[in-house]
Design a binder for this molecule. Sequence first.
Ligand SMILES: Nc1ncnc2c1ncn2[C@@H]1O[C@H](COP(=O)(O)OP(=O)(O)OP(=O)(O)O)[C@@H](O)[C@H]1O
Ligand SMILES: [Mg+2]
Length: 293
Amino acid sequence: MSKAAKILPDLEKEDLRILMAIEIGMKRSEFVTINNIKFYSRYLMEETLFRLKKVHKLDLIIRDSSKNEVGYTLNSVGYDVLALHALVEKEIIGQLGPLIGKGKESDVYGCMDDNGNIFALKIYRIGRTSFKSIKRLRSFLGNRKHASWLYVNRLAAKKEYDALNKIYELKLDTPKPIGFNRHIIVMSYLRGKELAYHSKIKNPIKMFNKIIKQVKIIYQKAKMIHGDLGEFNIVVDHKDNILIIDWLQWVPSDHPNANSLLERDIRNVCNFFQKKYHIESNPVEIIQSFEKK
Ligand SMILES: Nc1ncnc2c1ncn2[C@@H]1O[C@H](COP(=O)(O)OP(=O)(O)OP(=O)(O)O)[C@@H](O)[C@H]1O
Ligand SMILES: [Mg+2]
């Protein structure tokens, strides 16, 4: 279980309010002064200091005493706590399960709602390993100077959640969006593993055609391109059901790089099926067929 999920039951609403006050302050600067935390929480100084001490001890915030005024900032566990708490309050989830996937820019957990439904919960962790991914998000960060990791991860979650909403209407094999808060999205879960790690696909030609057909419908009807399609972003279960996941990199079909991104997506799929299952296909012809109804 994640650290945040373990700590959450021990927190009182006053602790959460202090964390939220820091979160508000972080819109303006990385570290938030005690006076500002007091202001945003609307607590008296005594309560503010007491709560700060508690959440600091629990390792949910980081203190900086190198400046004139002491400042605090949320760490990633503190931010997880806020998002998980909100999802529980909204009754989107009741319980967090095991880690099911660890990407370069996210942790994915299983989770359950109060009715026993199981979902996948993706926590964005951009900036954990490199700032390259932050740079990739520049296009929609605009000219913001103070683009904190917190903001970048929240934007990423929103971007993927919006994509899931847009394609869900098409009723294809993409995750159903269930809910999101801050840097976390909750979506339908397919119990399986990435196409890349599957050794026993019963009917590879059928699966290849199914994937290409879905990419085509998404392109024609939703006017969207996945942008990071490949054998690692398609989950397959033991019955050959598939789920095309990881929609952060999507672009609209009128994007300046749309053609090359679409071509790369299709080539990735074609190359994989060619290498592993000896299925011959012509990516150029496939792409041309996308322009026809
Ligand atoms: N809806 C889902 N159902 C089942 N498994 C999932 C789901 N979403 C994600 N996973 C698992 O979690 C892993 C990471 O998810 P995802 O690809 O979305 O994250 P990522 O951080 O973008 O990964 P990377 O950057 O390494 O491609 C997936 O490879 C898959 O194993
Ligand atoms: Mg992925």
